[in-house]
Design a protein around this ligand. Sequence first.
Ligand code: PLP
Length: 389
Amino acid sequence: MDIIADRLKGMPTYLFMRLRNKIKQIEATGADCISLAIGDPVEPTPAYIIDTLREAVLDPDNHQYPTDEQKGMLAFRKAVARWYHRKYAVTLEPETEVLTLGGSKEGIHHFMMAAINPGDTILITNPGYPGYRANILLAGGRAHEVPLLGKNGFLPQLEEIPEDVCRRAKAFFLNYPNNPTGACADSRFFTRLVAWARRHNILLVHDNPYSELVFPGSERLSLLQIPGAKDISVEFNSLSKYYNMTGWRIGMAVGNRSIIQAMCKFKENVTSGVFNAIQLASIKAMDEGDADIDNMLAVYRRRREMVLKACERMRISTNAGMGTFYLWLQVPNGLSSIAFAEKLLDDVCVLVTAGTAYGQYGEGYFRLSLTVPDARLQEALHRMQESIG
Ligand SMILES: Cc1ncc(COP(=O)(O)O)c(C=O)c1O
């Protein structure tokens, strides 16, 4: 019997599962592998957030299905509205314009299932986060890839997207600060993007889980700051990366109420929401955790400098973006992305992500994550120097 559904057949194993499997295989041989391939902070969640969770876990009221199930607790949605207002001067109506998510990744899936019909065209960027393409496939949609090139600051060239594609496209998935390139968009680009999308009747889906991870000199932005954006856009955000909460699985979709309503309708049929205790601890994080974000940003800045200095020594050209905790670096010595990643692994047991894992326009690049302790990062850089020679 053929158990696997057709919709899963063309789907590659999720990139980070492959990478985790690879690390396990290497470690099983007793080798000391340093992985710079996955963006998952090693520092613990700040103590007061854990304390709030601990208290909330003891309250039997929180042992039942989450309050307001799929939408999330109203108190959480109000905290999201406060957070967005404080950080980006964006006004959100907690009842209708905010939805709790089990992380931004869940939002990607829920949007696709709620808004995409089989055959619909969705624009995504290349290179881009692998979750977009996979969920388009699950929804039966068609991905049209828009290149992100270094010479354009890794921003899509909207005027180069063919007119017939614009006519067909239902939505455009973007993500700035960008994974994998680290590039940031500015409000001028977002303003042009909103005008372009309105002209072509295209929904904007802005996946923004790095909005707070921006180095001095660039702006922390929400797409919803742009006048008129809310008419056509939804934005996903997440507590994962700001408060070292990747394991907690909590985030939010905010923006256009019709999109939020559609996502909510899908969601209520497939999940029962996020554990109340996690939502309560997350309120604490959003209300009181600004300094924690800045502390982590200082850590990433220090590690970023460390890598950029080492790259200079290794003659790896860098044109580092101003956001995220990733560095998107050029492969040295004319090797392909895959050949270089394999060489590092074989020679010195350092794992980086080949640029082509994010699409063919990632050729010539590799991605390195700053979410490892300084000493391990330093050791990885020494090993890379040894391998590159
Ligand atoms: C662009 C992008 N979107 C979504 C996610 C998923 O984040 P979350 O932990 O909020 O589900 C990630 C995680 O790496 C990401 O890089």
